[in-house]
Design a protein around this ligand. Structure first.
Ligand SMILES: Nc1ncnc2c1ncn2[C@@H]1O[C@H](COP(=O)(O)OP(=O)(O)OP(=O)(O)O)[C@@H](O)[C@H]1O
Length: 816
């Protein structure tokens, strides 16, 4: 067996021991594969029967529909629905449909624990017999584990769903705490063919028999087999080799916040994805509200999004990059560290609040949706009405529109006029309300009408309050229906959109006013400049979301239905709702409803800025949470501020904390090198222990002719040495040139910026200039730590002059 595989986890060795002789015996292996093949054949025969049953049900249902009674129709619909789901699942040809087996001693599992697993799984008394030749036992029960459960015609389990309590011992059993499990087997299959088996012996001290024959043990253990496989551009599920400490997290009850920490490669992302599948299985109704998985980058979304479908789950789960959480917005740009710091911190919240109100009062105003951004509804809406009635600044794309400075209307045969000072007073009074700005518009309208009414003097004409009220109401109706008034209101109190306000902030002078004493002048200049670019950054998206909350969805005027004369006659119109939802309102409402989820899983949580915590928090106000991260990999410069934001988002919900301790990704040789940077980045923190070693030390190269040539040659060298992927990690400002350096080397190699490497992994990586990556930002050392921990097999470091390499090419930052 692979000696380096014996790695202790919190719950014991990662996998059990395997006797040397049976590993080598091919005939034993073939026989065991044959046994599993027979079982798989039985499973598929049963699945075929079930598919026929489902098809029969569908046909039967279709015929029922022709009967036509309401009861028959409802029954048909329910039947078609159930049969359709069933067919869908069965027709889904999973690779490794059946992947596990446990052979158990006699005994009974205890009660179901809070995490759905059985407690007290000790063998029955007398299960183990002792004599002078050793300790003996017979296998009493064999369970097969798969992606979904399958029962035979007598309802006996042929395959147990991996998420069912009965499957927990497959994951939880270790040689230190084996429970009833003697042998754990991982079965590798493709389609209907069994390709191989890998066994872990949980009770090596026992001489166990199955049906009177010695229990054979085959292979090097499933975990090593899984870890040794070449990596592709997409993540695989780990359902066949989940380890005990990971299983505890996956099955943790979802009552509150499950907090998972662990170093690079400890399986945090894998565990988070499997947890989503587990939660859906446990309580599908509860999670009908959806599970949201938030990833740091679109690259990580693309890398991981195949895992849930492979586990048979996708419909209810949304995997979104943090830069795509707002509908219609997709971040494509990166901000410099200084700009990111300003945009992501709590300080920006204050600026946005001022900007939202300031955008209305802005002398000179602004055109919503102008500039590079895509205009939204309501944006760029210019004032209507005649120039005589409305006086406001020029409205051309070159010169920003100003708010109107005078309102003129004709009411009760009199010309009424509100001048700039009066308009300003009304606006300030309306803005003193605390509601979101767009929702204050009706209040502003009412205050305008009050001011005009006062000026008209009509209020003094009648002393009878009833007559006065009637007069006032017809005054309001007259004025408010005048085109000039409507156009004035649209221009003077426009419906603000988040993109419009963000575009307004691109004006440095204006931003300077709104950010006075909050951002320093350098920050104002840089933030304004960054907002002028074509496209959005990941931090802009959190700002848009915040603005949406500050501005509020505008109140829509109630639309009266055209009255049906018959309804009027019968009085039916009184009973009917006056207001009909328009298409747009409905779409908006549904979009809003979708932004709240029943469970939120946040991956790489250590990078979430305060503004992003607020954005994600809004999507999980009533949710349970799984928060996954590693402080040592944080690229955010102010962890204390982020912790405060996190606590606000999660509120007072109780938290359960788990720590994953074993690094399944990096061989020990790479993990040791990365640990040197960790010691600099976060002195005193522990790195996870690597589960295996390859005997291949990291390679150090120095620039010979040009950086481009050196990196290209090193990447080509690694492509020759590994079967799978090679990632070349460079400082963010070199991303584009690095892609050019690698042109023509094929699609197994990719160039990526340091911040993009988060969460990803490659068979081999080239890390280009540790010093450049470390100097990029205040969190640069932690970003370098991320870059160094991406390889599953080989790592090459390329040093430039700035890295001050020694005679062996080892850069300053990686020396002892
Ligand atoms: N139990 C396991 N069996 C097989 N492979 C595993 C297991 N646990 C983790 N892995 C593999 O280890 C690698 C690292 O896992 P993952 O990306 O989930 O780690 P992580 O903790 O999220 O890492 P990082 O913090 O660096 O993003 C993946 O290839 C994953 O499939």
């Amino acid at each position: 067996m692979a000696a380096q595989a014996q790695q202790e986890t919190a719950l014991g060795p990662v996998h059990g021991s395997v006797p040397e002789e049976s590993v080598k015996d091919d005939s034993v292996r073939e026989r065991e594969i044959g046994i599993e093949q027979q079982h798989l054949d039985r499973v598929y025969r049963r699945l075929e029967e079930k598919i026929h049953e489902a098809e029969f049900l569908m046909n039967d249902a279709a015929q029922r529909g022709q009967v036509g009674t309401p009861g028959a129709l409802a029954e048909r619909d329910a039947q078609v629905f159930r049969a359709g789901i069933h067919l869908n699942r069965l027709n889904n040809e999973f690779e490794d449909f059946l992947f596990g087996r446990i052979d158990l001693l006699p005994g009974k599992d205890g009660k179901k624990g809070p995490d759905g697993a059985y407690t007290a799984v000790e063998p029955a008394e007398g299960a183990v017999r002792e004599d002078e030749t050793g300790r003996h036992a017979s296998i009493a029960e064999t369970l097969h584990i798969g992606r979904i459960g399958v029962l035979d015609a007598d309802y006996a389990p042929l395959v147990i769903d991996w998420r069912a309590p009965a499957a927990a011992p497959f994951y939880r059993s270790t040689p230190v705490d084996p429970g009833r499990v003697v042998r754990r087997r991982v079965i590798r299959s493709k389609g209907r063919r069994v390709l191989g088996v890998e066994d872990d012996l949980m009770r090596p001290e026992l001489q166990a028999t199955l049906d009177g024959r010695t229990l054979p043990v085959v292979g090097d253990g499933a975990l090593m087999a899984a870890l040794g496989q070449a990596r592709s551009h997409t993540m695989r599920d780990i359902v066949a080799s989940i380890q005990a400490e990971q299983d505890l997290v996956i099955r943790a009850p979802a009552a509150s916040v499950t907090y998972v920490e662990g170093g690079p490669g400890t399986g945090k992302t894998a565990v988070a994805l499997h947890r989503a599948a587990y939660l859906l299985y446990q309580d599908r109704r509860r999670y009908a509200g959806g599970i949201l998985i938030v990833s740091p980058t679109p690259l990580l979304v693309a890398y991981t999004e195949g895992v849930l479908p492979s586990l048979g789950e996708e419909g209810q789960v949304a995997i979104r990059a943090i830069g795509s959480l707002v509908d219609d917005a997709e971040a494509t740009l990166y901000d410099s560290p200084a700009v990111a710091r300003a945009k992501g911190s709590y300080r920006m919240l204050k600026v946005l609040r001022k900007a939202a109100r300031g955008a209305l009062e802005a002398p000179g105003g602004f055109r919503q949706g102008s500039g590079p951004r895509r205009p939204e509804r309501g944006s760029g809406r210019g004032p209507a009405g005649s120039a005589e009635q409305l006086a406001f600044g020029a409205d051309t794309p070159e010169t920003p529109a100003g708010p109107p400075v005078r309102l003129r209307v004709v009411a009760f045969g009199r010309r009424l006029e509100l001048e700039a000072a009066e308009l300003d007073r009304v606006k300030q009074s309306a803005l003193s309300g605390t509601a979101p700005v767009n929702l204050l518009r009706p209040r502003a309208r009412k205050l305008l009408l009050d001011a005009l009414w006062a000026q008209s003097g009509a209020g003094t004409r009648h002393s009878d309050p009833e007559l006065a009220a009637e007069l006032r109401s017809s005054f309001d109706e007259d004025v408010a229906s005048e085109d000039s008034f409507i156009a004035f209101l649209d221009a003077w109190w426009p419906e603000l959109t988040p993109r419009g306000v963000l575009a307004a902030m691109a004006d440095e002078r204006r931003l300077g006013r709104w950010a006075r004493r909050i951002l320093n002048p350098g920050e104002v200049r840089r933030v304004a400049r960054s907002l002028k670019r074509d496209g959005l950054s990941v931090h802009d998206v959190a700002m848009l979301d915040e603005l949406q909350a500050i501005l509020g969805a505008p109140a829509r005027p109630r639309k009266r239905r055209d009255l049906d004369p018959l309804d009027q006659l019968t009085g039916l119109d009184e009973l009917m709702p006056v207001r009909e939802e328009s298409q747009r309102e409905r779409a908006e409402r549904l979009a809003q409803e979708r932004t709240e989820y029943a469970h939120v899983i946040l991956d790489e949580a250590q990078d979430i800025t305060p503004m992003q915590w607020r954005m994600v928090g809004r999507r999980g106000r009533h949710a349970t949470w799984t928060v996954v991260g590693d402080p040592a990999q944080s690229s955010w410069s102010d962890p204390d501020e982020a912790a405060q934001a996190r606590d606000e988002a999660l509120g007072s919900r109780p938290r359960r904390r788990f720590t994953l301790t074993v690094n399944y990704r990096n061989p020990a040789e790479i993990a040791e090198l990365a640990a040197k940077v960790l010691a600099l980045a976060m002195p005193g923190s522990e790195s996870p222990s690597a589960v295996r070693s390859t005997g291949v030390a990291p390679r150090f190269a120095v620039v010979k002719d040009t950086l481009a040539q050196t990196v290209r040659a090193e990447a080509a060298h690694l492509l020759d040495r590994v079967d799978g992927t090679v990632g070349v990690v460079v400082a963010m400002n070199r991303r584009e040139e690095a892609a050019r350096w690698l042109a023509g080397l094929g699609d197994r190699v990719v160039a990526l910026g340091s911040l993009e490497a988060k969460g990803l992994e490659y068979d081999a990586t080239v890390v280009v200039s540790p010093a450049e990556i470390a100097d990029e930002s205040p969190a640069g050392l932690r970003v370098l730590y991320v870059a160094l921990t991406r390889a599953t097999q080989q790592l090459t470091i390329v040093s430039g002059e700035r890295d001050e390499p020694d005679g062996d090419g080892v850069p300053d930052l990686l020396r002892d």
